[in-house]
Write a protein that binds this ligand. Structure first.
Ligand SMILES: Cc1cc2nc3c(=O)[nH]c(=O)nc-3n(C[C@H](O)[C@H](O)[C@H](O)COP(=O)(O)O)c2cc1C
Ligand SMILES: [Fe+2]
Ligand SMILES: [Fe+2]
Length: 401
């Protein structure tokens, strides 16, 4: 036996893989702690495989799968989500087990054909359809746009396990501990929110709808396709998803500056000091050239105040800041207070662009924009302190005690 048997119940096995090699998820989001692709095998009268793994970790996956199958064949492959981090091994599974019946919905199958040329042995399911494999009865719920159109979840009525695809997933590998109560959850808290905000965050409304669908189920376990399997902290993870998908934020300020030579950075420091003097404790300053937007967006999901500052650059805004605001306009988080500032030396362009951003994103502006020429003068410092205080006061006005 090469692989430990990791069981969710008497006949359901975790057969996921850890990816410590890929440095960028979706070739964009940093993976300093790696990522896990979770796949599950149900050895009932009929054998069911729930999702697969990324192509890069396929070898050990197939080895593990065969070892646990111990000569049995796979009857059903349920594809909850077609993104290649989970469908990467589907073609290999079909080659190895040509009789396997593939379960998906009408949005799944065109992708299956388009990505992998697979079009046989398909069993389409609808919202609420069921499948009995012996001891188990599975029910399928369509959860479109969490975060792809074909996304669905599979509910094991028998063992009360929700196979939730990417929902409730986290970045970070599973380092020995597979279940939430076998890990230090403090570590996953940050990676959970970073996964949510970066990958799923744009689809808050659809997440709410999906949560409503599973609301009435007596869930004993949530088995996502990334990160720990939830069994001891189910109310916590459900609450977090309610909170994040409804854009509830905490008291705190994320200040992001784009600065070539330090003038705009100086302004950011002044603003931060004023906020601290007003008694706000959660203040994070990011240099947009240095910190990947993945982490900035993660903190914006947490804190209500956002202050953006940029120098002017070739008639527009400093490029890394342009990228960040484009991304924010794309994801459109809600419930934030905004202030903007910047510096220029001739025709400007940084603050002008931030003003357009403010109009598009529709966050409440707590102060007039401040733009200085060259670098801040003592009179500017006072104005910047005022801007910081205005943000702090706006946040404190929300305090309930
Ligand atoms: C490559 C480059 C392009 C710039 N383009 C503009 C511009 O289009 N309009 C402007 O007002 N200032 C422009 N500036 C001047 C800076 O925006 C200005 O000096 C600002 O105070 C620099 O702030 P920083 O020290 O935070 O980088 C440019 C500076 C550089 C280095
Ligand atoms: Fe995905
Ligand atoms: Fe995924």
């Amino acid at each position: 036996m090469l692989y430990p048997r990791i069981k969710l119940s008497e006949d359901i096995y975790w057969i996921g893989t850890n990816d410590r090699r890929t440095s960028l998820f979706e070739n964009y989001w940093p993976l300093p702690n790696g990522v896990a692709y979770n796949s599950y095998l149900v050895l009932d009268e009929k054998v069911t495989l729930l999702d697969t793994v990324s192509m890069g970790t396929m070898d050990s996956y197939l080895e593990k799968l065969k070892e646990i199958l111990n000569g049995r064949k796979i009857d059903y492959l349920v594809i909850n989500h077609m993104e290649p981090d989970h469908s990467g091994a589907v073609k290999a599974i079909v080659n190895e087990y040509p009789e396997v019946k593939i379960i998906g919905n009408t949005k799944t199958f065109p992708m299956l054909e388009g990505f992998y040329g697979i079009h046989d042995n398909l069993i389409p399911v609808e919202d609420g359809s069921t499948l009995t494999t012996g001891r188990h009865t599975f029910q399928f719920f369509l959860t479109p746009m969490v975060h792809w159109p074909e996304t669905m979840v599979t509910w094991d009525e028998t063992d009360k396990i929700l196979f939730s695809a990417d929902a409730f997933g986290s970045f970070g590998t599973l380092d020995g501990g597979i279940f939430d109560d076998e890990t230090n959850l403090e570590f996953y808290q940050e990676e959970l929110r970073r996964y949510y905000s970066n990958i799923v965050g744009k689809y808050g409304l659809q997440v709410q709808k999906a949560l409503d669908k599973v609301q009435g189920l007596d869930i004993k376990m949530i088995a996502s396709t990334h990160g720990p399997i939830w069994r001891s902290n189910i109310p916590m993870i459900l609450d977090l998803y309610r909170k994040w998908s409804s854009y509830q934020t905490e008291e705190g300020v994320v200040i992001v500056f784009g600065s070539m030579y330090g003038n705009t950075e100086k302004m950011a420091e002044t603003i931060a000091r004023a906020i601290a003097e007003e008694g706000i404790r959660n203040i994070r300053i990011f240099d947009v050239s240095k910190t990947h937007s993945s982490y900035i967006i993660n903190d914006i999901w947490k804190y209500r105040g956002v202050i953006l500052g940029s120098s002017a650059y070739n008639g527009g805004i400093f490029t890394p800041m342009r990228d960040l605001i484009l991304e924010l306009e794309h994801i459109m988080p809600k419930n934030h207070y905004l202030a903007i500032f910047g510096s220029m030396s001739w025709g400007g362009g940084g603050v002008r662009t931030l003003q357009k951003f403010a109009e598009n994103i529709k966050w409440e502006l707590v102060a007039e924009p401040i733009e200085v020429k060259h670098g801040p003068r003592p009179a500017d410092i006072e104005k910047l302190m005022e801007l910081g205080k205005a943000m702090a006061r706006r946040l404190k006005a929300d305090r309930t005690h």
